[in-house]
Design a binder for this molecule. Sequence first.
Ligand code: HEC
Length: 490
Amino acid sequence: MNIRHLLIAVSTAALLHSASLLAQSHDASIANHQPHYYSAQEFGIDPKSVTFHKDIQPILQKSCQNCHRAGGGGPMSLISYDEVKPWAPVIRYRTAIRDRLGAMPPFFAEKDIGITQFKNDYSLTDLDLALIQAWVDNESVEGDSADAPPALVFNESNDWTIGTPDLVLRSADLTRPAVGSDWWGDVGLIPTGLTEDRYVAAIQVREVNDIPVDAGNTTVGGRYIFHHLTYTSGVLSEEGTAILADDVVSWPIHEVGRNPDIFPEKAGRLLHANSALHLEAAHLHSNGRETTGYLEFGIVFFPRDYEPQYSRRGPRTGNGIDIDVVPNKANQEVHNYVVLQEHTKIIAFEPHLHAPGVRMCMEAIWGHNQFTLNCVGYDHNWVKQYVYEDDYAPLLPKGTILHTIGYLDTTSANPNLADPRNWAGGGRRSVSNMFIDLGYSVSLTEEQFQAEMDTRRARLKDRNDYDIACPLCWAPVITPTAQSVAQEAN
Ligand code: HEC
């Protein structure tokens, strides 16, 4: 059945439309960041009763300590009361800016618009913010240590977090001088040694180097030499000196501090027999100490008889070419439109801008309906991928126009900018600009699309319940007429 037979209109969407546009059009300039302040009373809590051990420690465990601990990526430890207390006012502010550049924890999805169900979401709830604010405003009381949750135990090693990989591949050793300019280029091939095609369920990349674990660096950049790497795979040429241009598979970019990539159950990624990884563009960087290191790629396969049901599509939208960013101006917008040629389920949204970037929104336009799927803040110090929970991922019919909007701020309020006086165009360096959604999606056949929508519909309470990620869930299914079948045949 063709989708044209399925729908006429989703009239409720027209109402949502105006509300979502309002929320989307809020001021994205850094100078006007509105912190999110809440009153504890609204949550039925006496603000004076809030204590560190009872109320704040659980929040720090959930959202902060994975980075803010000895050996973590954060600049200071936020475990004990004595460690946290001096930071209380800064914590109050950094958490209240929530989804804007500089926010802590670094998870910038706006909660008042679009889809809010993400995997590995460690952002703070309104209640968390109310508790932090009440605690700081009432002398940051320690309270009774008997109320404290059990301390978390951290894995201090550089171990794999995807479990034991089925295959570990290793790059060549590379050495960076203590001080030197950044280097960018091709760092060669790694043959996989595979004798059969295998589908990959998860991949994790880690840098192993000779920097002592207790070197006492205060920044993540001081611990590594690989800033980031883009790489692909493909079948090795006969001479073994290149990969063949057909069937090149792209892999998620490796960046300092990136989590492993776990691919959807139905859309594993293919690693060919007799293939190699091609580490085609590495950005290497000197960190103040002569360092030798290499990258390891830990790969977990699906079982041998696995066949993917869905075909994957790479990043779909963006504009890296004709961007025109003027100096010293907030709320600059860049727009991009793509018409989906197939029914599509978006798995992950990964806004990618450069230093001027402060926000990105993605909306879906279908007929006269316009849905904001998400708006997320952007901070070029962080590379964040927002992976949707399976049951909430956007399910869009072919013909949908995906519209992405990037918001840029080139005023001196933007601490990520090298110089607010410079005009900049598109380009690879952070002082030039990019505007891409690096996320990915899968294409669905008509049957798969209908089946996904059936599952989605079953979760909705009734016809007044609405799922912005599934604009056609309630569209009437229209039986094809003899005439429409004839038209379709043409
Ligand atoms: C993913 C790792 C990560 C998580 C999670 C995280 N932080 Fe951070 N935090 C950092 C890094 C890295 C910095 C330094 C860079 C920056 O300021 O953006 C930082 C900076 C800060 C600062 C500013 C320090 C300064 O020198 O001014 C505060 C305060 C802070 N974090 C508090 C928190 C709190 C509170 C949480 C949890 C609610 C949290 N962070 C979660 C990594 C993290």
